[in-house]
Design a protein around this ligand. Structure first.
Ligand code: PGA
Length: 225
């Protein structure tokens, strides 16, 4: 099973979300193959679009799971602006925690990220915990780690599949996570290089996931392996 994860970051309004799912659904219905069963496709829209995205996944009958891009380190309560794991659990199965954009722009680090993982797991959400390399601490209970070197994110220069596989193996050998995906300038052209071996369990795409045609092409290429 390989994971194909799309992180939309702070993009799309409700009209664009509708168009994305309509376009994706057309491609899926025209081209679906049994092989898609070997892929787990996860889309992470922003909080405000999760309800709409869930409705569209259901109405188009798509094999897509949803993830949030972040979660509150607190339970429900007086935390203005935060979205708790308890609120998220009826909408998503996954949650991205510790993305470098949150670490760098919002000073998120160590203890705070551990607390986010704790809250996610409490509500049975699966954390997709982003690491910048083998030195990033991974909190206990993380099932999926996402190796995302900062220099590769949005730069058009991806990590080499060999290095990404090496880091994935290190993480697994140290029993820090069962699954490791790679993220950073993944494209339809380079996706197969990352997924060809057994070390890397999937990819996390940012920019390319905004375009349903390109995201579908990633899926088709991954399914062809
Ligand atoms: P990118 O982003 O695919 O646009 O490089 C990846 C990410 O930040 O997860």
């Amino acid at each position: 099973m390989k994971y194909i994860i799309g992180n939309w970051k702070s993009n799309k309004d409700s009209r664009e979300v509708t168009i994305w799912f309509e376009t994706f659904a057309k491609l899926y219905k025209k081209n679906k193959t049994g092989k898609l069963n070997n892929l787990k496709v996860i889309i992470c829209p922003s909080f405000v679009q999760l309800v709409q995205a869930k409705q569209l996944v259901i109405s188009h009958n798509l094999p897509i799971k949803l993830g949030a891009q972040d979660v509150s380190p607190f339970a429900n309560g007086p935390y203005t602006g935060e979205v708790s794991a308890t609120q998220l659990k009826e909408l998503v199965e996954y949650v991205v925690i510790g993305h470098s954009e949150r670490r760098n722009n919002f000073q998120e680090n160590g203890g705070l990220l551990v607390q986010k993982v704790v809250m996610a797991i409490k509500e049975r959400l699966k954390p997709i915990f982003c690491i910048q390399g083998p030195k990033t601490t991974i909190p206990p209970g993380v099932s999926i780690a996402a190796y995302e070197p900062v220099w590769a994110i949005g730069s058009g220069t991806a990590e080499t599949p060999e290095n990404a596989a090496k880091i994935a193996r290190q993480v697994k050998q140290n029993k820090l996570a069962n699954l490791v995906v790679y993220g950073g300038s993944v494209t339809p052209e380079n996706v197969c290089g990352f997924l060809a071996g057994s070390s890397i369990d999937g990819i996390l795409a940012g920019g390319v996931s905004l375009d349903p045609v390109k995201f579908w092409q990633i899926i088709v290429n991954a399914a062809s392996l």
